[in-house]
Design a protein around this ligand. Structure first.
Ligand SMILES: *Cc1c(COP(=O)(O)O)cnc(C)c1O
Length: 369
């Protein structure tokens, strides 16, 4: 079958390995598997959210409320924006996709940091755009600005905190950068881990209301997949000036978010206690990862997220190490595909982290290279 030439050259995205695959391939019991690969909340989601979903299960025969009014009101309250500043997506992924389709075409350009969320490039490539990358492990805003001036891309992506490295730009530097970008260029500011960053360091906290009020070319993204623990429900949001939201709405498929996802998100937002517990545990446990890394001479990137990145140069090959962990039932993310010898580990519950430390120690001491 001949496809649209743009599609011929695309690679299929490889998500983190699901537990089911490790069960099938290595015959490990599901209870024995520790999944620290997809930045999920190890505590699950708010019990209020799962209860509300169970109690709403009888509604699944109906199409969802496509105005998404209840969730939009809750988000509008949370951020101090208007409902007209909001779009809800099947994950913030879908909002990225809509933004790409709204701005890009064959021959268009996007700009991003070299090592950042893979979906920016994938959706851009699907639209036939080419992707300009500023070099380096962290976002280098000066280099990005130089490339911006040279190439005049249609979209600039900034991920704060950044996935898969965990580091985070200061809010003031992001704002100064956004200010220098032409109002015709869309700046997508991805705040998937903002709850974590804001908890750890107020200098990293972004205020979507202030940003969107000031910058008509800014699209802020948030998600329920990380701190709120609803990755399986596929629900996220974009906040922007009404003119951007209107553009995205022209492309949005109707009923793009399910009835039960909407219910879950509304309830999850009401349970701040659950989120606070998750954030606190994450950073307490992260200290154990930092101590482990120090003990084994592994360099870590300071993380403002629910994962930590181990830089493995001089220690081991990330591919061999991730593979050996997988055979022992521990799923982490190899970052070889991003061009760095590193692994990304989602911070789990204490007992999961201990399994990781014990297994890693055995592997490193047995000389896995
Ligand atoms: C997880 C993640 C998202 C979005 O995830 P969804 O599940 O689609 O909401 C977006 N950006 C980054 C950087 C992420 O890590």
């Amino acid at each position: 079958m001949k496809f649209n030439p743009v599609i011929e050259h695309l690679k299929t995205y490889e998500p983190g390995k699901p537990i089911e695959l490790v069960v099938r391939e290595f015959g490990i019991e599901p209870e024995e598997i520790v999944k620290l690969a997809s930045n999920e909340n190890p505590y699950g989601c708010s019990p209020r959210a799962s209860k509300a979903v169970r109690e709403s299960a009888h509604l699944m025969y109906r199409y969802p409320d496509d105005t998404m009014d209840e969730l939009k009101s809750a988000l509008a309250d949370r951020f101090g924006v208007e409902k007209s500043n909001l779009i809800i997506g099947a994950g913030s992924d879908q909002v990225i996709e809509l933004a790409c389709r709204a701005k890009l075409y064959g021959g268009a350009k996007t700009l991003q940091s070299e090592i950042t969320f893979a979906m920016y490039q994938i959706y851009a490539a699907q639209c036939g755009a080419s992707v300009i990358k500023s070099p380096g492990v962290a976002h280098d805003l000066d280099a990005m600005f130089a490339l911006y001036r040279e190439h005049k891309p249609e979209i600039v992506f900034v991920c704060a905190p950044n996935n898969p490295t965990g580091d985070c730009l200061d809010a003031v530097d992001i704002e100064n950068f956004v200010d220098t970008i032409d109002r015709d260029t869309l700046v997508v500011l991805d705040g998937a881990y903002q709850e974590y960053a804001a908890y750890k360091d107020p200098r990293k906290a972004l205020d979507p209301f202030a940003l969107v009020s000031k910058y008509p070319h800014l699209l802020y993204l948030g998600t329920f997949s990380k701190a709120y623990g609803l990755g399986g429900m596929r629900i996220g949001y974009g906040i922007a000036d009404e003119s951007i939201i209107k553009g995205l709405y022209k492309l949005r498929p109707p009923f793009n978010v399910t009835t039960l996802s909407l219910v879950a998100a509304v309830e999850a937002l009401k349970d701040e206690e659950f989120v606070q517990m998750s954030l606190k545990s994450c950073f307490e446990e992260m200290e154990a990862y930092e101590a482990f890394a120090r003990k084994f001479g592994i360099e870590v990137i300071k993380s403002y997220t629910n994962f930590i990145t181990f830089m493995l140069d001089g220690v081991a090959d990330s591919g061999s190490l991730c593979d050996a962990l997988l055979r022992r039932g521990i799923i982490v993310r190899d970052l070889k595909g991003y061009g760095i010898n590193a692994m990304r580990i989602t911070i789990g519950k204490p007992e999961e982290n201990i399994r990781f430390f014990e297994t890693m120690q055995q592997l490193l001491e047995s000389g896995v290279k």
